[in-house]
Design a protein around this ligand. Structure first.
Ligand SMILES: Nc1ncnc2c1ncn2[C@@H]1O[C@H](COP(=O)(O)OP(=O)(O)OP(=O)(O)O)[C@@H](O)[C@H]1O
Ligand SMILES: [Mg+2]
Length: 582
């Protein structure tokens, strides 16, 4: 297809309207030529002989009459070895390298390749000349950190092909020709370690989607025990301003039992993003002892970067995730915050003068949210192995009002809802996930797996959840009638729920031991907590009851901070058992 050329005819914010000569298509990438700069844009609507494009850059200086070069290509990312450990913007420009190139203030119109062209990789072929291949066939592997990175026949390869030649074991750069493949029509293709894939099209080279039934252990007790998330599943963390969404995501990124973490920091304040960039590279991986960054990719767009790049960033993140899923790995995407992404959609829609839906969000907001979360999945790959992409997205509703369209649209599609509230964060009950509003469909969906981890697990958890609701009812009544008007039985029940909350739902992120609990430890300590909840506790008056629970709470808190099965651990456990036996 020949590519079109055009001219700028109008501009509005970071949206411009351009005329074109031949043909352009929806979501095609184009460049506006302004002075000596080429600014990247994406076509978002084509109408007769003009099209609307969103510019991924500051649009200052663009004039009516400026030339536009269309590319005929969709917005793509580069896939290949060397993605891990990198920090990119929403268009896969490596940020540290970009900063080196253009100084402290990023220059407009400077684009760098996503993958390093100079680095070499130790290639081991996995196929030979004469073999028949198709899209997604594995040509060989290179080690990337602790993983075996597969080199695939590009996923956009059409039909079948025959390997004409393939290079032997050795070290190569990503651009070198790894294999020559002839397709059905007799055309020869040079295949390198790099391939491109359009970010808005899901990478679906697998045999089937499977129902997620294995827990994704985050180390966070209230999540894993009460509102579990699944490998290949989706969850959201909505929470008002400052309720702890970002801290919670950081905790999860540190401890989640997945192979690869992709953090999409999307439209957060620059200061917060700088913190992520500064802290992340120093975090140690609790599983490998190396730095966490070696199995992490950060996609980062601050609120001061143009909206269009923000819109692209979550697609870039999920495409990279899908790529590693093809290698049979488990990937977790943490998107913070999807509200800023939705705001980008709203801004663009406003400029296109589309008919607005609720709160001026476009009418297609819900379907865009659904399309994004649907890309998460546990899949069976062509070779029979499985891989997963899980998504945990935060939502920041204005004023903490969960009735707004982004929260509601997300709620409708995710499998778990971990709602943070001010009530909890103001009371410094962290993580501020509110048990009164949160839920997870995975608790039942993963019943078989969970009951294998601990027999009768689900019913124990359900009992505790019910108890929390009862406790909250008693609390509300007590607020009206006071302690004197509350029966002893109700009062003890209330104290039990407070105890459960303090020693199990809350977790101290800054205590090296308490910050993270393995599933084994959760099962162990939850069963002790349950014993307390089930025990008949008698006291002569409310003060005595309060004292008993005060002692118990501090005992369990100390137990929580004690090294798993260490000396202190056993000591506190003995004291707990003494109480339970009394
Ligand atoms: N698990 C935790 N333990 C202790 N303190 C916490 C925890 N989570 C959050 N906080 C406190 O709450 C503050 C705000 O948290 P955070 O920045 O994660 O909120 P946020 O919901 O991401 O806010 P925003 O809406 O501004 O993005 C933190 O700086 C910290 O002091
Ligand atoms: Mg935040």
């Amino acid at each position: 297809m020949s590519v079109a050329r055009g001219k700028v005819v109008a501009g509005y914010g970071n949206m411009i309207t351009a005329s074109f000569d031949t043909q352009v298509r929806q979501n095609e990438v184009a460049y506006v030529i302004t002075g000596d700069r080429r600014l990247k844009c994406e076509v978002i609507r084509v109408r007769d002989d003009v099209c609307n494009m969103q510019v991924f850059e500051d649009t200052r200086g663009i004039k009516v009459g400026d030339a536009v070069e269309f590319t005929g290509d969709l917005l793509v990312v580069e896939l290949g070895p060397g993605l891990l450990g990198r920090i990119y913007d929403g268009l896969q420009n490596p940020l540290p390298e970009l900063a080196k190139e253009s100084g402290l203030f990023l220059k407009r119109g400077v684009y760098l390749k996503g993958l390093d062209r100079d680095r070499t990789w130790e290639f081991t072929p996995a196929a030979g000349a004469g073999e028949t291949v198709r899209a997604g066939s594995v040509l060989g592997t290179v080690p990337e950190g602790i993983f075996t990175h597969k080199i695939f026949v590009p996923f956009n390869f059409i039909g079948t092909g025959k390997i004409k030649s393939i290079m032997g074991p050795g070290s190569y750069k990503v651009d070198e020709v790894a294999a020559r493949v002839e397709d059905d029509r007799g055309n020869s293709h040079d295949i390198t370690f790099v391939q491109e894939w359009p970010i808005k099209i899901p990478l679906r080279h697998y045999r089937e989607r499977l129902l997620p039934e294995e827990p994704l252990v985050t180390g966070c007790r209230i999540i894993d025990t009460f509102y579990p998330v699944a490998k290949g599943g989706t969850s959201c963390i909505p929470g008002p301003f400052g309720s702890g969404k970002t801290v919670l995501q950081q905790i999860i990124s540190r401890y989640a039992d997945v192979d690869i973490i992709i953090v999409a920091a999307c439209g957060e304040r620059a200061g917060e993003v700088v913190e992520t960039l500064r802290d992340f590279p120093h975090l140690l991986d609790p599983y490998t002892g190396k730095t966490l960054m070696e199995r992490t990719i950060i996609i980062c767009n601050t609120s001061s970067m143009p909206v269009a790049a923000r819109e692209a960033s979550i697609y870039t993140a999920i495409t990279l995730g899908e790529y590693y899923r093809q290698m049979g790995l488990g990937v977790l995407i943490l998107a913070d915050s999807t509200s800023r992404w939705a705001q980008a959609l709203r801004e663009m829609s406003g400029r296109l003068e589309e008919i607005p839906g609720e709160e001026a969000f476009p009418a297609y907001l819900q379907s865009r949210i659904a399309e994004f979360y649907e890309r998460a999945a546990l899949v069976r790959l062509e070779d029979g192995s499985t891989g997963s992409v899980s998504v945990i997205g935060t939502v920041s509703p204005a004023g903490g009002n969960f009735e707004e369209p982004v929260t509601q649209g997300t709620l409708a599609v995710v499998g778990a809802f971990l709602g943070l509230t001010w009530a909890r964060s103001n009371a410094r009950r962290f993580p501020a996930i509110d048990p009164l509003i949160s839920w997870s469909k995975y608790l039942d969906q993963m019943k078989e797996t969970l009951d294998k981890i601990a027999p009768g697990w689900i019913s124990k958890v359900r009992d505790a959840q019910r108890l929390i609701n009862d406790g909250s009812e008693i609390r509300k009544r007590m607020d009206v009638v006071g302690e004197e008007g509350t029966s002893m039985a109700d009062f003890v029940l209330y104290l039990k729920t407070e105890f459960l909350d303090s020693v199990y739902l809350q977790q101290n992120a800054f205590d090296p031991v308490d910050a993270y609990n393995t599933m084994e430890r959760q099962v162990y300590s939850f069963s002790k907590v349950t014993e307390v909840l089930k025990k008949d506790i008698t006291a002569k008056d409310k003060d005595e009851a309060r004292n008993i629970f005060f002692r118990l709470t501090s005992l369990f808190r100390n137990w929580n901070s004690a090294e798993w099965k260490g000396e202190a651990f056993s000591q506190y456990e003995r004291q707990i058992n003494e109480f339970l036996g009394s």
